[in-house]
Ligand binder design. Structure first.
Ligand SMILES: Cc1cc2nc3c(=O)[nH]c(=O)nc-3n(C[C@H](O)[C@H](O)[C@H](O)COP(=O)(O)O)c2cc1C
Length: 396
């Protein structure tokens, strides 16, 4: 077997600053809309815990302040209690050999919404009657995200500075809670993307207008996060590299933005798309496997930054090929991990990176290895230390 066949790139560790990702499978941030008052609970623990096996497991978008939640069910990290509720998740993931990552976010004008399965529209009095009142959303300009939605309030300069502080405090808390990677959510039409986009940002002060001004808040946030986040821990930033609702946000502008982020010490650009229109995440149109990977590839080629690809990456060989072609450095798995939480472990098997189930916890892996040695072979005997079947027979 050639060396390249023996060592799939997907299961080759990647060093980022002082952190080693054991493999290049990343669980993409996925809102669960299942928190109460922003606090993580048993759902989040078991949801994220199952993904260990992936090298890096991201929390869902975690709000840096209460009004930056999309829905009442979003996670937050705007207080020490919120951080404490996340601690057992970071501890468990590390115990299982995965790197815990947190995505920090602020929904801006997309805040105060219903959960997707309740239609995703802006909260109103009927929700208030059911115990989930609307709250005031904020944005660069008072422009509604959707037809019929109440317009957000435009932030003033003092409030913008306070939001930068909130990102810094959230990042510090995340570090103290044991997260090893932080991702700044600047995609999908949320607050930082709203500042970047000329569609949602019509300001005529230092925070709007030219690209330099529209980039100012995301760059300030990146600068602040990088400042409080330890030097040995990587910073990721997710952006929408293309948006059908915003023709002015071109790859040329994206490349300038990424260049500035590189200067500030952002390590990985997580390349998604869409969101400035009514759509939640990803550009509209025909979905094909790996439909956003080309964006990651182009950004990587134009700027030299390391990138993460995401969007309908579902197969182990597909992921391996994407990495081998040099399109990106990491692959993020979203919905396929909801379908198969052990995606990374199964991919390792498929690519021949884990013939003996060593990546699995002993409680499962030992049995599965035994089964794979015996089932269908007809000739193998249990390992010398193996007594379970004997005991079972004795007790029958
Ligand atoms: C249930 C769900 C929740 C999501 N929540 C987030 C989120 O919190 N932050 C984010 O950046 N993207 C979020 N996304 C987008 C995913 O991270 C990912 O980019 C998208 O699902 C495309 O990848 P996939 O085809 O592998 O699912 C979410 C997607 C889903 C399905």
């Amino acid at each position: 077997m050639s060396e390249s066949a023996a060592t799939p790139l997907l299961f080759t560790p990647l060093e980022l600053r002082g952190i080693e990702l054991p493999n290049r499978v990343v669980i993409s941030p996925m809102c669960q809309y299942s928190a109460t008052n922003g606090l993580a609970n048993d759902w989040h623990f078991q949801h994220l815990g199952r993904f260990a096996g992936a090298g890096l497991v991201f929390t869902e978008a975690t709000a840096v302040e209460a009004r930056g939640r999309i829905t009442h069910g979003d996670l937050g990290i705007w207080s020490d209690d919120h951080a404490e509720a996340l601690r057992r998740i970071t501890r468990y993931l590390k115990d299982r050999g995965a790197v815990p990552g947190i995505q920090l976010a602020h929904a801006g004008r997309k805040a105060s919404s219903r959960r997707p399965w309740d239609g995703g529209a802006a909260l109103d009095d009927s929700d208030a009657a059911a115990g989930e009142p609307p709250w005031e959303s904020v944005a660069p300009s008072a422009i509604s995200p959707f037809d019929g939605a109440r317009p957000p309030r435009a932030l003033d300069a003092r409030e913008i500075a306070a939001i930068v502080d909130a990102w810094g405090s959230a990042a510090l808390r995340a570090h103290e809670t044991g997260f090893e990677v932080v991702e700044i959510h600047a995609a999908h039409g949320y607050l930082l993307h709203q500042f970047l986009s000329a569609v949602s940002n019509r300001r005529d002060d230092a925070w709007g207008g030219s690209l330099e001004n529209r980039m100012r808040l995301p760059l300030r946030v990146a600068e602040r996060v990088r400042r409080v986040w330890p030097r040995e821990k990587p910073v990721f930033l997710r952006l929408s590299a293309s948006d059908e609702g915003d023709p002015s946000w071109t790859m040329d502008e994206v490349a300038v933005f990424v260049g500035e982020l590189q200067k500030l010490g952002v390590d990985i650009i997580d390349c998604s798309s869409g969101g400035i229109g009514a759509h939640g995440f990803a550009i509209r149109g025909r979905r094909e496997p790996g439909f956003q990977v080309g964006l990651a590839e182009e950004i990587r080629r134009r700027t030299g930054v390391r990138t993460m690809g995401v969007g309908l990456i579902t197969g182990a060989r597909q992921a391996e090929d994407i990495l081998r072609r040099g399109q990106c450095d990491l692959v993020a798995i979203g919905r396929e991990a909801l379908y198969d939480p052990y995606w990374a472990l199964h991919a390792a098997r498929e690519l021949g990176a884990d013939p003996d189930f060593r990546l699995w916890p002993n409680s499962y892996g030992w049995w599965l290895a035994y089964r794979s040695r015996t089932v269908g072979t007809g000739s193998e005997t249990p390992p010398a230390t193996f007594s379970y079947l004997e005991e079972e027979r004795t007790h029958r």
